[in-house]
Design a binder for this molecule. Sequence first.
Ligand code: PLP
Length: 368
Amino acid sequence: MKKLETPYYLLDESKLLSNLKVIDQIRKDSGAKMVLALKCFSTWSVFDLMSKYMDGTTSSSLYEARLGREKFGKEVHAYSVAYSAKEVKAVAKVADKIIFNSISQLKRYHGEVMHLKVGLRINPGISYSNFDLADPARKFSRLGEKELEPLREVESMLSGVMFHFNCENEDFENLSKALDLIGKQYDELFKSLEWVSFGGGIFFTKPEFPVDKFCAKLKAFSKKHKVQIYLEPGEAAITQTAELVTTVLDVVHNEKNVAIVDSSVEAHMLDLLIYSLNPKLASPGAGQHEVIVAGRTCLAGDVFGTYKLEKELEVGDEVRIADAAGYTMVKKNWFNGVAMPSIAVKRLNGKIELVKKFKYKNFKESLS
Ligand SMILES: Cc1ncc(COP(=O)(O)O)c(C=O)c1O
């Protein structure tokens, strides 16, 4: 096969399938339903595969909800931090469930969505996150209702509630305690509800995660409170399934060698910049040759990281950035007008399919 032109995101369906099998095991062993969080990953070319192992999607906006309906099917959960009146009308046509972020939105729009299952986000006041920026229980958080009493007043409008309180939580004991606390705190409320979602952020596809204990915990919770549990994995579903494939365009020297690749952290892996993280490289392998790998936008800090590699990087060498699926492809942008990475999928049969190529036309049409 002809070599693909870089840059491109390469999604590997076999790797995706390994994660999906864990998801399926949890569904079967715990009874929980799994809806993909489109905010993390919306690359719909692999939705045919994902929808075999998941129950639907959850969204953060009208457009994501539409995409879930059109490209994934099954259950469509629609959540938004705040809906406009127009959006609620449109969401009501594509979603099965609508989850409001506040009691005021619930009361304002309830009359228009009574044919759907209606939910409300609760902020339980506890969370697991390594970043304040991503902590839903941070001070003055606007994400969900915090007070218990007002909830009782609107519970007759609800069929369920959503708690999203984790971010990359791989600590089962912490999670287990949090579920006990939530079970205790909202015990009365659960009596009138059919379902509860524990959101995303649980890293059950990490190799060491005790999946069996997790399933037992969910099952017991569901039985005790007589509710259908939903989980909304994003990162856990697609972790370690993609690479960003780039080519070195130039190597400059300023105390250290700096290899500039035909991609950008700011434009193509923005989350790394937001959270001050450095990605691992899938290739070249590790060695003794130190090099800074940097992006090609004008931002001085458009830098992937400093690496010790098995060889000196030269113009024309390929550099593969690891773990490039979650919160990357959905956030890519046209900063500096740099060529946007194509999207390629390595199918289960090993064939690589180029599913999307971006052109000047797409850049031009993103503004006017
Ligand atoms: C409400 C909700 N559900 C699900 C997710 C997905 O989280 P993750 O990708 O960490 O699993 C998020 C992430 O912010 C979220 O806010």
